[in-house]
Write a protein that binds this ligand. Structure first.
Ligand SMILES: Cc1ncc(COP(=O)(O)O)c(C=O)c1O
Length: 385
């Protein structure tokens, strides 16, 4: 049988990563500080964001964003954040962590929040909008930014898929009150786990640095570097969390960042090959990229009528696609909102992410595309009988 083609296979520059990690081991510093500071600076230089704090996951960063904005803007328990049902559950769980209510708005043709439905879902209790750049797409983000400004709402950007995404030539991340990236094992900038929370306000960033280390007001690195009495002394000002990133992950991240643009360019090439092969087939709808967006292309998504059967047919041929994501209002946790987002509900049963990673070749894309064309068509005809 031909080689298996998997959805995600991360690429690491092994020798370079080992060299960066070796520096941590030789110095005897694998924790917070040292490489985490270097990675934060490199991320600011790359994206142009004013503040960047390296955390142990995007989920942790999103939670921190909601927590800090709630505190600073004095939101009450039960206040609402408008969010999307087509996302990984992290996006919505972090709202619940803070005793706030996720109010779901529908998605548009880009599978991102639909500004028209967001406006319909505004209420007296709305405090913020959580936008997810699904697959690295910016969707109608500009309109969401405008809605937030016009209505005095905070904006959080879940940029888990958006490392390297540019809108009109500018890296995404400067418009929101907080933008959070993921460096999870299979993201465009894979480490093993990690994330970057980027606040627009210096005070939010400063508070985040304390809260990711249990609310302690000095990190161990600054207490260790240099000498002097009372280095050991710290104050605990808040009930914080254990959310900070570590130097081993940051060491890998520093290397991966050097190759992010090159990798994303190749992802766009793979997506272009898919698009050429799959365009013009009535049974296969390609999820479009928004105008002016240079996407990270974390995913290549299509909509098909026989998604579940098609997955089985692809699996039988050694091809393993994925689904991003099931409509969150179908989960027990968020069932209260079921029926409020009809487009999300409809696409949830038809969405498919085709394999997309840097080890794939044009031949792989052609093989997957041929199988999709063959089985999407065949099974649809069978269904019609
Ligand atoms: C849209 C979205 N948001 C948040 C996350 C959470 O990222 P992490 O695994 O870094 O916590 C993910 C990860 O899959 C995601 O896809």
């Amino acid at each position: 049988m031909a080689m298996e083609i998997h959805l995600f296979v991360p690429t690491f520059r092994v020798e370079e990563c080992l060299q960066e990690i070796r520096e941590c081991l030789e110095k005897g510093w694998t924790g917070l500080g040292f490489k985490t500071g270097a990675f934060e600076q490199a991320w600011k230089d790359y994206t142009g964001v004013s503040h960047a704090h390296f955390v142990n996951s995007c989920t942790a960063g999103l939670h921190l964003a909601v927590h800090i904005l709630k505190k600073r803007l004095e939101w009450n328990d039960g206040d609402e954040i408008i969010t999307t049902p087509i996302t990984f559950v992290s996006t919505n769980h972090v709202i619940v962590y803070e005793n706030l209510k996720p109010v779901f708005a529908d998605v548009d043709q880009y599978l991102c929040l639909d500004p028209v439905d967001v406006e319909k879902k505004l209420s007296e209790k709305t405090r913020a909008v959580m936008f997810v750049g699904l697959a690295g797409n910016t969707g109608q983000y500009d309109k969401i930014v405008d809605i937030c400004r016009q209505n005095g709402l905070a904006l959080i950007l879940d940029a888990a898929h958006m490392s390297g995404t540019r809108l009109r030539g500018q890296h995404i991340g400067k418009e929101a009150d907080a933008t959070v990236f993921s460096f999870h094992a299979v993201k465009n900038l894979p480490t093993a786990d990690g994330g970057m929370v980027c606040f627009s306000s210096a005070e939010d960033d400063e508070l985040a640095r304390k809260l990711t280390w249990l609310g302690i007001n000095k990190d161990t690195y600054s207490r260790t570097v240099g000498g002097g009495a009372y280095k050991w002394m710290y104050e605990v000002e808040h009930v914080g969390f254990k959310y900070h990133g570590n130097s081993i992950m940051a060491a890998i991240g520093l290397v991966q960042l050097k190759y992010l643009d090159q990798g994303n360019a190749y992802r766009r090439q793979l997506a272009d090959w898919y698009t050429s092969a799959l365009t013009g087939h009535a049974n296969i709808q390609i999820v479009p990229v928004a105008p002016d967006c240079e996407p990270s292309r974390h995913l290549f998504q299509v909509l098909v009528d026989n998604r579940d059967e098609l997955i089985l047919a692809l699996n039988e041929n050694g091809v393993y696609p994925g689904v991003h994501y099931r409509d969150n209002t179908e989960y027990i946790m968020y069932q209260y909102a079921n029926g409020t987002c009809p487009h999300a509900h409809e696409v949830s049963g038809r969405l498919l992410s085709l394999p997309l990673h840097l080890r794939m070749t044009k031949d792989d894309v052609d093989r997957v595309s041929e199988l999709v064309i063959k089985h999407a068509g065949k099974l649809r005809r069978q269904n019609k009988k």
